[in-house]
Ligand binder design. Sequence first.
Ligand SMILES: Nc1ncnc2c1ncn2[C@@H]1O[C@H](COP(=O)(O)OP(=O)(O)O)[C@@H](O)[C@H]1O
Ligand SMILES: Cc1cn([C@H]2C[C@H](O)[C@@H](COP(=O)(O)O)O2)c(=O)[nH]c1=O
Ligand SMILES: [Zn+2]
Length: 194
Amino acid sequence: MLFSENYFSQRDRQVGSIEVICGSMFSGKTEELIRRMKRAQFAKLPVEIFKPAIDIRYAEKEVVSHDSNSIPSTPVEHSSAILLLGGEAKVIGIDEAQFFDDELPNVCIQLANKGVRVIVAGLDMDYQGRPFGPMPNIMAVAEDVYKVHAVCVKCGAPANYSYRFTKNDNVVLLGEKESYEPRCRHCYFHKIDE
Ligand SMILES: Nc1ncnc2c1ncn2[C@@H]1O[C@H](COP(=O)(O)OP(=O)(O)O)[C@@H](O)[C@H]1O
Ligand SMILES: Cc1cn([C@H]2C[C@H](O)[C@@H](COP(=O)(O)O)O2)c(=O)[nH]c1=O
Ligand SMILES: [Zn+2]
């Protein structure tokens, strides 16, 4: 059984927790976040989902996967807004966490300490293979870290890296398949057929 489905039955207390879903682009992070949030809704738990306001790729007020699964969400500029807008939610989902500010780990800790199950999805690494934004610090304080993998577009192996082929050095560059592809370690570092 997943840790995430076991969280609220410890001696009749509602126990808060932090779960992280991480991996490269196209690895299924958003689908896994949506799956967990919908299961919480089936359990009739009050839920809220947040995403950074800059992420307007598919929809302004929805979290949308590359496979077009979606769930309503609230865009916020700063992580502190999650504390204000979380209300009475027992389960809080946060997508594209790599784009949030450095306060996000602290926000997650405060929520979990008051009994909220916090589920965070985000890129663990940027296009250069470096830890991305607040993700490493959230992973450090999480009870559970679940790493998912895409399929390497070059060789079909599990992909751990997001390869960017658009010439742009900014760490933040919103995009999809026109700018990025998932690659395994070998195909990422050997830059197969650039
Ligand atoms: N190379 C690939 N490997 C795996 N999934 C891919 C690939 N290219 C497209 N997809 C699609 O992306 C979906 C995952 O989308 P999503 O959950 O939004 O990923 P993430 O949030 O990690 O970017 C898969 O179910 C699949 O339909
Ligand atoms: C690697 C990398 C990605 N981005 C952007 C590109 C997309 O808009 C998101 C990731 O979305 P996904 O749901 O994980 O597919 O992040 C970026 O800005 N910088 C990067 O280095
Ligand atoms: Zn490969």
